[in-house]
Design a protein around this ligand. Structure first.
Ligand code: SAH
Length: 234
């Protein structure tokens, strides 16, 4: 078989890109598997969809360059603008809490790095995510694209109002701390839908709360004490 110069250049470039990608995956896949076992499965997360999503999403592509060596560590990391990417265990806990299944329509408030959105996408969900800080919104799109995820819908807006055009949602994941559930978000949750949200003083400790809409009523259950960055308003 004979290749033209252009075909050869094309082949060299694609094989370089593929090997870079595979290399990045391989370099961290051991750390990622260890993270899922010791930080997540050993602490009681059993949902297979959640565990396998966390095993797949390249978390190191969602943290700043100078934090790469900590990407699989057991704590939150700074992502700029005073915000953080949550600890892996908390991401897993929130994902399991909404019982992700293929095709579920999920709204996330607080895109941040885009990591939780990618985990939801990897779990088979149809993902919509809202970020209030324009720079983080742009960064999240870059991270998600670099990690190879397509069709995650992100918008730069105040998540308080939800995303009416795409409502109602099967589940809503709120990743910023608030004293109360924003009423528009309750309105955009389907009957039987689940919301996971850190409720409490945004500057102290909050309770990760599961809210379920049952026969039009919102039933809440506190699950875990957590510390999230504040839910802000424009
Ligand atoms: N889920 C993120 C972590 C988010 S940190 C991740 O996986 O990396 C919380 C994020 O919520 C921050 O990026 C913050 O800017 C954003 N945020 C705070 N208030 C918001 C609001 N009203 N609407 C949308 N995003 C908000």
């Amino acid at each position: 078989m004979r290749f033209s110069i252009i075909q050869s250049i094309f082949l060299i470039i694609t094989s370089f890109l593929i090997s870079e990608h595979v290399h990045a995956q391989d370099k961290y896949s051991f750390e990622r598997a260890r993270m899922v076992q010791s930080q997540i499965a050993d602490r009681g997360i059993t949902d297979q969809v959640t565990l396998s999503a966390l095993k797949s999403v390249p978390r190191h592509l969602f943290v700043p360059e100078d934090q790469k060596s900590n990407a699989y560590s057991d704590y939150p990391l700074p992502i700029g603008y005073g915000q953080t990417i949550s600890q892996p265990y908390i991401v897993a806990f929130m994902t399991e809490a909404i019982s992700p299944i293929k095709g579920m329509k999920v709204l996330e408030i607080g895109t941040g790095s885009g990591y939780q959105a990618a985990v939801l996408k990897e779990s088979g969900c149809e993902v919509y995510s809202i970020e209030i800080i324009p720079e983080l919104y742009k960064q999240a799109i870059e991270n998600i694209t670099r990690a190879g995820y397509k069709n995650i819908r992100i918008k730069n807006a105040d998540g308080y109002y939800g995303w009416t055009e795409h409502a109602p949602f099967d589940a809503i994941v709120v990743t910023a701390a608030t004293e109360f559930i924003p009423p528009p978000l309750i309105g955009q949750l389907k009957e039987g839908g689940k919301m996971i949200i850190p409720l409490g003083n945004p500057y102290l400790v909050q309770q990760l709360t599961l809210a379920e809409k049952i026969e039009g009523k919102t039933i809440t259950k506190s699950l875990l004490p957590v510390r999230f960055v504040p839910f802000t308003r424009n």
